[in-house]
Design a protein around this ligand. Structure first.
Ligand SMILES: Nc1nc2c(ncn2[C@@H]2O[C@H](COP(=O)(O)OP(=O)(O)OP(=O)(O)O)[C@@H](O)[C@H]2O)c(=O)[nH]1
Ligand SMILES: [Mg+2]
Length: 236
């Protein structure tokens, strides 16, 4: 899976590769669209379940350029066999969890812990994005973290954020998270954040030279769509 499609960035080091995993309907595609357009999704955004993987180029301009190649994966059970193909190809992992659908939390936890057992993902920074925060104000992120047993994950940096594609709450935090790791990759620094992972206390120790603005603007380039067919589809 090459990324010769990127026109903003000149070298591999300039591009952060980000895989977005999570159950179906958990808001992956909506999040990616927000990042790509720097805009909220419309309330009438129609849910079309993603098949295969869509590679989306995103260019964040936060006074410094951040070039992302985001892999938006299908989250349905029969699509998840594709996820491991992206493990080696990604610098960062985003995992979306629907913060409203409490019935799905157990399944989300199972899918997340299955991911974390894969040796190709060890040491890869992970951001858990609790989506749809607009649907219930003042959602307690600690309760969500506990429901997912995140305290059991001790072997890698994990951060969490509440996010809404409708209001863009959490957007700046996510962009800042990218900015940090983009800086690390560009300067060959180890991708580690030794900070309290609770979103309420995320204070990224960003290098001063980044001089981040509080808001970001983005533009995008053409996406490529990578269709990975399931075995059944190949037979037909
Ligand atoms: N209210 C609200 N709805 C959201 C939000 N994010 C996503 N949705 C809705 O949730 C549904 C599913 O969103 P998608 O982004 O397509 O979900 P997905 O994780 O990509 O789903 P799959 O492609 O099937 O894996 C859509 O109807 C969205 O409009 C959000 O932040 N707030
Ligand atoms: Mg999708």
């Amino acid at each position: 899976m090459g990324c010769g499609c990127y026109s903003h960035a000149s070298t591999e080091k300039d591009i952060l590769r980000v895989a977005v995993f999570g159950l179906e309907n958990s808001g992956k595609t909506s999040l990616v669209q927000c990042l790509k357009t720097s805009n909220k999704i419309s309330k009438t955004f129609k849910y079309i379940s993603t098949h295969g993987v869509i590679a989306v180029n995103v260019h964040l301009n936060m006074q410094t350029n951040i070039n992302l190649l985001i892999f938006d994966c299908g989250g349905c059970k029969h699509q998840r066999h594709i996820w491991p193909h992206l493990f080696n190809n990604s610098d960062l992992i985003l995992f979306t969890v629907d913060s409203i659908d409490l019935n799905c939390l157990n399944d989300a936890k199972q899918a997340l812990f299955d991911l974390l057992t894969d040796e190709n993902l060890i040491n890869k920074p992970l951001l858990i994005v609790f989506t749809k925060s607009d649907k219930r104000k003042n959602r307690n992120i600690n309760q969500l973290e506990q429901a997912l047993d995140l305290f059991m994950i001790q072997d890698r940096p994990i951060h969490t954020v509440l996010f809404s594609s409708i209001t863009l709450d959490g957007f700046t935090l996510i962009s800042t998270w990218f900015a940090y790791f983009s800086y690390c990759k560009l300067h060959g620094k180890e991708m580690k954040l030794s900070i309290n992972r609770h979103s309420s206390s995320i204070k990224y120790q960003l290098p001063k030279s980044l001089n981040l603005a509080t808001s970001s603007t983005m533009s995008s380039t053409k996406d490529i769509i990578i269709i990975v067919r399931t075995k059944e589809q190949q037979v037909n």
